[in-house]
Design a protein around this ligand. Structure first.
Ligand SMILES: [Zn+2]
Length: 244
């Protein structure tokens, strides 16, 4: 269960909360309440089951709204009611981000280096080249920075705070593109053949994808790699420029 999934859960929690006014308790497959730092300060989500509350099964083995089926080789995706989620940052978190306001937040990394979602690191480096001072990166200790790009060591919530104060976001499909949608930050998102915006994207974002039907491959996929190579640096640069 990734952080992006926890953000998507907040959109579903909002819908439930608005439907009847009761708070939402998120549970796993075993029915036990779950908690994520992503939900901190979210007034709709409670940590324990209350007498009157909505129960939302999400994460902890309870499945994900955009997954129809899974085999050893691939996911099969399904449509659901996609909406931006919510992240409630504290004043302290926003204060942390204040010195890093006004940059373009770039996320060149994917959760796994071999990922079918990854764009080659040389392309990321080429994207920022000559413009390094306009960009910023975030991540935990050990995160690799692009040459000459400022990297801020952050928790995920601190990363969201920096994102909230950024001019725009550029990255692949992942936790931060969900966070950008939740925080209303203009975003350019690079997609491979693996999945598509119709399952985990947002209409408000600029989605760049040069591929046919989503493959969902759980093993290294040539089609995914080829689709990412089809995304040109100039095309991404132009999309970012249009967002500013
Ligand atoms: Zn593929």
């Amino acid at each position: 269960m990734g952080l992006g999934d926890e953000i998507m859960a907040t959109a579903r929690a909002r819908r439930l909360h608005k439907s009847n006014g009761y708070p939402v308790c998120v549970v796993g497959r075993n029915g036990a309440p779950r908690w994520s730092p992503v939900w901190e300060n979210n007034p709709r989500i409670v940590k324990t089951r209350e007498r009157r509350c909505n129960v939302l099964a999400s994460g902890g083995g309870a499945g994900r709204p955009y997954i129809a089926a899974k085999t050893s080789r691939a996911w099969r995706w399904k449509h659901w009611e996609r909406e931006p989620g919510e992240i409630y940052l504290s004043d302290q978190e926003l204060q942390f981000a204040e010195p890093y306001a006004g940059f373009i937040l770039v996320e060149p990394h994917t959760k796994f280096a071999w990922s079918n979602k990854a764009w080659p690191i040389e392309r990321w480096a080429a994207l920022v080249r000559g413009d390094e001072s306009r960009y910023i990166q975030v991540g935990p200790l050990g995160t690799t920075a692009l040459p000459w790009v400022r990297l801020v060591e952050t928790t995920f919530r601190e990363a969201c705070a920096v994102l909230a104060r950024s001019l725009a976001f550029v990255g692949t499909e992942g936790a931060l593109h969900h966070a950008a949608a939740a925080l209303g930050v203009p975003a350019v998102v690079l997609w491979s053949e693996f999945i598509s915006p119709e399952f985990t994207g947002y209409d408000s974002q600029t989605n760049i994808r040069h591929a046919g039907p989503a493959c969902g491959a759980r093993i290294s996929c040539r089609g995914c790699a080829a689709s990412m190579l089809a995304i040109e640096v100039a095309e991404v640069a132009a999309a970012i420029k249009a967002k500013l």
